[in-house]
Structure formats: structure tokens, C-alpha cells
Design a protein around this ligand. Structure first.
Ligand code: TXA
Ligand code: MG
Length: 321
């Protein structure tokens, strides 16, 4: 494996200016960054991830004012959300400027923009002087990385650098809110909940994803099947009389009584933020061929729990084996 040693911020900026792709830490998950203004760099991102080009990328900036460099006709509500939640785990969909290549947006007239709060992400954006397109730094459909080691395990031989910024504090991808329609609409739940958006704007809609496990994506932006570990994962209540392989492992939540002893607990006190930060790391750790099945306890579908439920439903097999 090529990494570690990890890449420095200065080296990452140099590689990005040369059109290379580099994995960078953010507060949500690690991103695979490239120059958002350069189609060749974007093509390297899609190739390294084996990601289909109909799944558009998020562009990362390091100052609210840079939003106007890549988006146009920016509504007042975008500035209200930026003031409330940036830097942080919120992505906004806005009409795109011509400088953003079609490859970045999969041909859509809109662009996804995010100002991450991770100081290392900000330092890399600043040092490169570029808006950085960055999807999660995992192979397509795999679990997103929350440590530099997770990135190295999946992409080591395919990318120019990996910057280690420690474990991600949030642990799931950013909330995505579209501001291109009549009503601000949450397209992907995350740590910034619909309630939080509504508190700032006075209104919010939620779009249920049209893609279910095993079903084809119906429109760009709905492709969210990439949370699956290799070992089958089952999310939800398990009947007391279920017959489970002895190589079954359980991820607990709070003090829920599962059918087998828990290997790990997302949060013994039922704290959603703690659970969110740990989920992907546990999914990576337990995605080991020595297990036949990973069980995950039910998690209340409220607040940040909506983000966990959305990922776990997609990760889950539909019926127990
Ligand atoms: O937290 C995050 O958002 C992480 C870190 C690295 O910033 N990035 C991330 O990127 O999760 P990715 O590529 O895994 O998710 C990007 C998603 C697309 O799959 C799509 O759903 C949505 O963002 N998206 C991007 N551009 C869009 C657009 N113009 N319209 C609608 N949805 C868009
Ligand atoms: Mg992703």
C-alpha cells in the first residue's frame, strides 16, 4: 500500500494545482478532491472511485463569498442558511455558473456547494486557491471513509495523496438542501436537520429518495445506494425466534435489548450525535469476512437519527437470511 506516510497540506495543494486528485479530511467524511474548474481532474475523481458520471459532485469552498464564484441567481435564503450553518455539514444546490464544467454537475444546470468546517479542509482549499470538487473518498457504493486509514484501504493505489486530519467529527455526509425550486427542499438528511433549516427559513420541504436498494436511480442526485458493507447488514428489530449464524455480530444503540449480546454500542446513552460519529467506523471495522451478518439495532427516526436511518435503510438487506 502506498500510504502512509500521509500527504501534507502544502503537498496536497501543489498536487491539486497540477490537476491531481487527493483525499482530504472534512468534518463529515473524507472527500476525494480535485480542481472543480478542470474537467480532466474531475474525470480522475470519477475514474478513481469507479463512480458513474451521472452522479454529480459537491464543490467545496472556504469562504461564503466564494459561493458567488460558482453559483448565480443566489436567493436570499441561501445567504441565510450560509450565515446559520457555514462552515459546517450543509450543502446547498444552486443554479450553476458557466465556469463549472458539466462533468461536475452531470449536465444539471445546478451545482452543489459546501463550506466545510474542518480546519485542514479549509487550509487545503485556501492553499490551492481552487474550488474543490469532492465526493466521499470511497469506491462507488461502498461505505464512506471517516479516517485516513479507511481511504487508504480502498483507494491507496489510485490517488496522488491522502491528508490525515484525524477521525471525522460528524461521521455522515452533509445535509443537502436544494434552493432551486419553489420551496427549500432537503434532498439528503444529515447533521443539519430539516427542523434546523425550518427554524432559519420558516419553511422547508423534504424529498424522499426515489432510489431503493436494488432499484435503478431515477434522477441525478437520488443515487444513494453506496452505504453497503460487503458483509450483509440487517437494520431493525430482529424477532426473538430468529435463527442466526453464530458468526453474527451486533451494533447496539442505547439500552435496546437485542437477541444476541452486542459487540459495540453506537451510544450507550442513546446520544444521536455520538452514534452518527461512530456508525461508519463500526461498519468498516465489522465488515470482515469472519462475520456472516451484521445486526444494527433500531434507531429513532428523529433529528440526526433521520440521517442514520436513511443510510442504514439503504445499507440493509430486506429480510434476514
Ligand atoms: O459531506 C459531504 O457532503 C461529503 C464531503 C466529502 O463533503 N461529500 C459527499 O459527496 O458526500 P458525494 O459525492 O458522496 O455526494 C454527492 C451527492 C450526489 O450523489 C447527489 O446526490 C448530490 O450530492 N448532488 C450533487 N450535485 C447535485 C445537484 N446539482 N443537484 C442535486 N443533487 C446533487
Ligand atoms: Mg458518497
Amino acid at each position: 500500500m502506498k500510504f502512509p506516510p500521509w500527504t501534507s497540506v502544502e503537498e496536497a495543494a501543489r498536487l491539486l494545482k497540477q490537476g491531481e486528485v487527493v483525499a482530504i479530511p472534512t468534518e463529515t467524511v473524507y472527500g476525494l478532491a480535485g480542481n472543480a474548474l478542470e474537467s480532466k481532474a474531475l474525470a480522475k475523481i470519477f475514474a478513481a472511485k469507479e463512480r458513474p458520471t451521472f452522479d454529480p459532485l459537491i464543490v467545496h469552498i472556504s469562504d461564503i463569498s466564494q459561493m458567488a464564484d460558482i453559483a448565480k441567481d443566489i436567493p436570499e435564503e441561501a445567504y441565510q442558511l450560509a450565515k446559520a450553518f457555514w462552515p459546517g455539514p450543509l450543502t446547498m444546490i444552486l443554479p450553476k455558473k458557466d465556469c463549472i464544467p458539466d462533468l461536475c454537475t452531470s449536465g444539471l444546470p445546478s451545482v452543489a456547494v459546501r463550506f466545510p468546517s474542518h480546519p485542514v479542509a479549509q487550509a487545503i482549499i485556501n492553499a490551492s486557491g481552487l474550488p474543490l470538487a469532492a465526493p466521499s473518498a470511497n469506491l462507488f457504493k461502498h461505505v464512506s471513509p471517516t479516517t485516513a486509514e479507511h481511504v487508504a484501504a480502498q483507494l491507496s493505489d489510485r490517488i496522488a495523496g491522502i491528508v490525515d486530519g484525524g477521525p471525522c467529527q460528524v461521521g455522515v455526509e452533509s445535509s443537502i438542501v436544494s434552493l432551486t425550486g419553489d420551496v427549500p427542499t432537503v434532498l439528503r438528511p444529515g447533521a443539519i436537520t430539516p427542523e434546523m433549516v425550518k427554524k432559519v427559513l420558516g419553511r422547508v420541504a423534504i424529498k424522499e429518495s426515489t432510489s431503493k436498494p436494488g432499484e435503478a436511480m431515477q434522477a441525478p442526485g437520488q443515487c444513494d445506494t453506496h452505504y453497503r458493507p460487503q458483509v450483509p447488514l440487517y437494520f431493525g428489530e430482529v424477532p426473538a425466534n430468529a435463527v442466526l449464524s453464530e458468526n453474527t455480530v451486533r451494533i447496539a444503540f442505547g439500552n435496546y435489548q437485542g437477541v444476541i449480546p452486542a459487540a459495540v454500542n453506537l451510544s450507550a446513552t442513546g446520544d444521536m450525535t455520538e452514534a452518527t460519529a461512530k456508525l461508519y467506523a463500526y461498519m468498516h471495522d465489522l465488515d470482515d469476512p469472519k462475520y456472516d451478518l451484521i445486526l444494527v439495532d433500531p434507531i429513532p427516526n428523529q433529528g440526526v437519527g433521520m440521517a442514520l436511518n436513511a443510510r442504514l435503510k439503504r445499507a440493509s438487506i430486506k429480510t434476514l437470511p
